[in-house]
Design a protein around this ligand. Structure first.
Ligand SMILES: NC(=O)c1ccc[n+]([C@@H]2O[C@H](COP(=O)([O-])OP(=O)(O)OC[C@H]3O[C@@H](n4cnc5c(N)ncnc54)[C@H](O)[C@@H]3O)[C@@H](O)[C@H]2O)c1
Length: 388
């Protein structure tokens, strides 16, 4: 097969980085970029291959029929209509996270893809490529921790400044972004959480709106989860704490794993904890444990590029499995939507959730928004090397 001709739609912070990633992949050709901001699109010319075309609307891009695949890197609400149209035009799609703002929008994208199963639909969940995350997934799937009893994930190292929120009119607004930390920073961890443990059957959250920033959406979330097998979980995230924490703890029937500071530590018990609890005659017992630091390979240093390279390989060879396929994206969106609904309404939310009620709540938030958005784009310093 010839090189896969790719268009990047949206060349803002993330799309600008993709310009370079695509050009580093031998089987890909950066054939077009597209951005409704004409000046921004034109400013990329020196970074583009000579034959790469520049478009200022997706209609013009699609009509030109000059690409095989698109990478969608525009604000989240536009992921849905652009992906649906791309599938209709017979193009493969790699969509930035989150797949969509709402579960119902994600469903529309998946339905559009279902009509063209010959096309590849991938998601930019590049954190799945990290060796530590791959190792944890392998250990869980292999039953190394026994039956999982409880998981706790504190992900509060997503510190963002007011300047960050002011850097785009769409950011941190109900109408432009559809949420805050759950929609922008945390989708990676919501995805990893469901990739590792599956979705819980119920969540209950407290959600704080603009606790640390002058924004109308959530920047601090505490969630309790209950899984179908009775195990439980806690998920805590914030963009207001510094230095913050990224600590995943798994308590299983064969001990406790802690992943923090990019080190996986496992305190393994001599025998099954629940069995020991049932059978020991002692009232205040203990059992032997082994302290293990679990090794994992070195990262390539190019997680986004690795996802794009995998997408290109999967287009060229139907046998290649995607790192994250589109259909899986609905799970993290549902998880985040359920947390937000629970926190804002003060109720337990069952999963699968009621998408009609969620969509009505979001429309109310958009309609009743009184927040005045300040922007200071010219003063803002954005370095995507520091983004995840
Ligand atoms: N995977 C990651 O690590 C990662 C990191 C940052 C951002 N993202 C995702 O990338 C997306 C974009 O975020 P960003 O920070 O680059 O935003 P941004 O505002 O910097 O850039 C978005 C660009 O899209 C353009 N655009 C808007 N609507 C368009 C349309 N209909 N057609 C063509 N262009 C359009 C804008 O003009 C802008 O240049 C978001 O969904 C975000 O969640 C992912």
């Amino acid at each position: 097969m010839e090189k896969v001709r790719i268009a990047i739609i949206g060349v803002g912070n993330m799309g600008s980085a993709h310009i370079h990633f695509v050009q580093n992949i031998p089987d890909a050709e950066l054939a077009a970029i597209c951005d409704i901001d004409q000046a921004k699109a034109d400013s990329k010319r020196p970074e583009l291959p000579e034959k790469c075309r520049i478009f200022y609307s997706t209609d013009d891009l699609f009509q030109a029929e000059c690409v095989d695949a698109v990478i969608i890197a525009v604000p989240h609400y536009f992921h849905t209509p652009i992906a649906i149209e791309a599938f209709r035009r017979g193009l493969h799609v790699l969509c930035e996270k989150p797949i969509a703002v709402t579960k119902s929008d994600a469903r529309k994208m998946i339905d559009a893809h279902a009509k063209r199963p010959d096309l590849r639909f991938a998601l930019m969940f590049q954190q799945r490529t990290l060796q530590a995350h791959r190792k944890i997934k392998k250990l869980i799937d292999g039953g190394e921790f026994g039956r999982i009893l409880r998981v706790n994930w504190i992900v509060t190292d997503w510190f963002r400044s007011q300047s960050y929120y002011d850097s785009g009119t769409w950011r941190a607004t109900w109408s432009g972004e559809g949420g805050g930390v759950l929609l922008n920073q945390c989708p990676h961890h919501l995805d990893l959480f469901q990739w590792f443990f599956g979705l819980p059957e119920m969540v209950r959250s407290t959600v704080s709106i603009g606790k640390y920033h002058d924004i109308e959406v959530e920047d601090d979330v505490n969630t309790f989860c209950r899984f179908a097998d009775g195990s439980t979980g806690n998920f805590i995230t914030s963009t207001g704490e510094f230095p913050g924490t990224n600590r995943l703890e798994i308590s299983g029937t064969r001990g406790r794993m802690v992943f923090e500071d990019n080190v996986i530590k496992f305190k393994r018990t001599e025998e099954d904890v629940c069995e020991f609890c049932r059978t020991t005659p002692e009232s205040f017992p203990s059992m032997q444990t082994w302290d293990i630091t679990i090794p994992f390979g070195a990262d390539t240093g190019h997680p986004h590029q690795d996802v794009i390279a995998n997408f290109v390989a999967a287009i060229r060879d139907p046998e290649v499995k995607l790192i994250a396929n589109g259909e899986e994206g609905i799970r993290s969106v549902e998880f985040g939507n359920a947390m937000l609904y629970s926190g804002l309404k003060g109720v337990d939310v069952e999963i699968p959730m009621d998408t009609v009620a969620y969509d009505a709540m979001l429309q109310d938030l958009i309609r009743n928004s009184k927040h005045t958005k300040k922007t200071a784009a010219s003063k803002t310093v954005v370095n995507m090397a520091n983004s995840f």
